[in-house]
Design a protein around this ligand. Structure first.
Ligand code: NAP
Length: 248
C-alpha cells in the first residue's frame, strides 16, 4: 500500500481484449491501475473509462514493452509517483504466424521481443521494488499453446513456453520475499487477436475445445484477479489453464 493507502497495479497491453478486462477486474476503490498501450490511444481511453467505472484510478501511458529503456523509464515514473508496485500483470502480446520454413527472422524477433523480452523487462524493474516491499504479485499471460504446441506459430509458442519457464525460475528466486509469480494460460479467447480467423478455422478451433465454445476476456480476468488476491497468497510458480479443457 502507498502512504495514501492505494493498491498499485500495473497491467501491460491494457488497451484492448484480455488486458482491458484485467484492468476492469482489478479496478476497485483504493486501487490505482497503471496500464500501457502500444499504438491505440482511443482503445486506451475506453479502458480508462472502465477502470473509473469500477471505482479505481486509471493512469495510462504509451510504452513499447519490447524496449528495455522505455519500460525502465515507465516503471521508474510509476515508482516515483506511487512509491510501489503491488501487482504486475504481463499481458501485452502479439502474433506473427507462419510455418517455420517460411518464417522471417523479423517475425521471430518481433514476437520474442514483445511477448518474452517484454515480460522480462517489466518483471526485472518491478521485482526490485517488490523485494524492498517484501510483497508482490506477478501474473504472466502465457497460452495453452505454450504447453501443447501449435503448427504455424513456432515463434508465438516458443515465446509462451518461455514465459512459463521464466515464471517458474523467478517464482523460485522471489518466493522467500513474499512475492508470488504465476502464469495464466488462456485457450481460445474472443479478442482482436483471434478475430481475423475465418469461419472454417473458427469452427475447427471450437471443435478442439471440450466445453465447445470460445472463452471471454472476463473469464481470464477473473483468474488473474484471484491470483492477485489474498485468497492466492500461498500459490506460486503455477500455470493455471483457462481454456475450456483444451489442455488437461
Ligand atoms: P489483443 O486484443 O491483440 O491486445 C493486445 C494488447 O497488447 C493491446 O493492448 C496492445 O496495445 C498491446 N500490445 C501489443 N504490442 C505491444 C507492445 N509492443 N508494447 C505494449 N503493448 C503492446 O490481444 P489479446 O487477445 O487480448 O491477448 C492478450 C494476451 O493474451 C497476449 O499475451 C496473448 O498472447 C494472450 N493470449 C490470447 C489468447 C486469445 O485467444 N486471444 C489466447 C492465449 C493467450 P495496442 O492496443 O496499442 O495495440
Amino acid at each position: 500500500m502507498t502512504e495514501s493507502g492505494d493498491r498499485i497495479v500495473v497491467v501491460t497491453g491494457g488497451s484492448r481484449g484480455i488486458g482491458r478486462a484485467i484492468c476492469a477486474a482489478l479496478s476497485a476503490p483504493g486501487t490505482t491501475v497503471y496500464f500501457n498501450y502500444n499504438s491505440n490511444l482511443d482503445a486506451a481511453l475506453a479502458t480508462a473509462r472502465e477502470i473509473s467505472a469500477g471505482g479505481g484510478k486509471a493512469c495510462y501511458h504509451q510504452v513499447d514493452v519490447a524496449s528495455e529503456s522505455a519500460v525502465s523509464d515507465y516503471l521508474g515514473t510509476v515508482l516515483k509517483e506511487a512509491g510501489r508496485i503491488d501487482v504486475l500483470v504481463n499481458n501485452a502480446g502479439i502474433t506473427r504466424d507462419g510455418l517455420l520454413v517460411r518464417m522471417k527472422e523479423t517475425d521471430w524477433d518481433a514476437v520474442m521481443d514483445v511477448n518474452l523480452k517484454g515480460t522480462f523487462n517489466c518483471m526485472k524493474v518491478a521485482a526490485k521494488a517488490m523485494m524492498k516491499q517484501r510483497y508482490g504479485r506477478i501474473i504472466n499471460i502465457s497460452s495453452v499453446v505454450g504447453v501443447t504446441g501449435n503448427p504455424g506459430q513456432a515463434n508465438y509458442v516458443a515465446s509462451k513456453a518461455g514465459i512459463i519457464g521464466l515464471t517458474k525460475a523467478v517464482a523460485r528466486e522471489l518466493a522467500s520475499r513474499n512475492i508470488t509469480v504465476n502464469a495464466v494460460a488462456p485457450g481460445y479467447i474472443d479478442t482482436d487477436m483471434t478475430g481475423d480467423l475465418g469461419d472454417t478455422a473458427k469452427a475447427a478451433m471450437i471443435g478442439q475445445i471440450p466445453m465447445g465454445r470460445i472463452g471471454t476476456p472476463e473469464e481470464i480476468a477473473g483468474v488473474v484477479a484471484f491470483l492477485a488476491s489474498a485468497a492466492a497468497d500461498y500459490i506460486t510458480g503455477q500455470v493455471i489453464h483457462v481454456s475450456g479443457g483444451m489442455y488437461m
